[in-house]
Design a protein around this ligand. Sequence first.
Ligand SMILES: [Zn+2]
Ligand SMILES: [Zn+2]
Length: 173
Amino acid sequence: MSEETGEPFHHCIRCRLPLLEIDARWLVIKDYKHEECMMEYAICEPCRNQTSAGFSEQSKAAVREFLATRIDWDARVEDFMMDSTLESRFACCIGCRTPREHMAGYGISALFDPTGDLIEGPLPLLICDKCTRDLVSRLAPADLASWQDFISSHFEGPPGDGDWPGQGYSGLL
Ligand SMILES: [Zn+2]
Ligand SMILES: [Zn+2]
């Protein structure tokens, strides 16, 4: 659901195709500063993959390493089996386990199947601003610039003040 319109997302931000008409899964990414949604978008999986396909091996390895070392997936899978509600998934950071109310900002990402049903697996997840910064600091500068180009070509200006960590980076996960 879009925070802005209160309706489901209809189109992929990149190819602009209607999500329900393309035979692909899609992601919804939202970035919050405190509890205010600063940015939100839906992107189909082919577009999401194309966006990061040009990334250097260094950056791809950095994302893989972040996912493998900063997130205790065994423990998280156990949590999700105990309580699979979205509230519990979004109660704290997938990486550092900081409770959401103690974060300055966070991003969430969720995956949907081609018919629009939420897919529960590693996603949906919530990641705090500090872990996001940690991830982003590992990316090659050129890849970081290309991600920022992608974001700025689809959104007007950087919203809010400079300490907003967002930029839709949780779309990288
Ligand atoms: Zn697309
Ligand atoms: Zn964190």
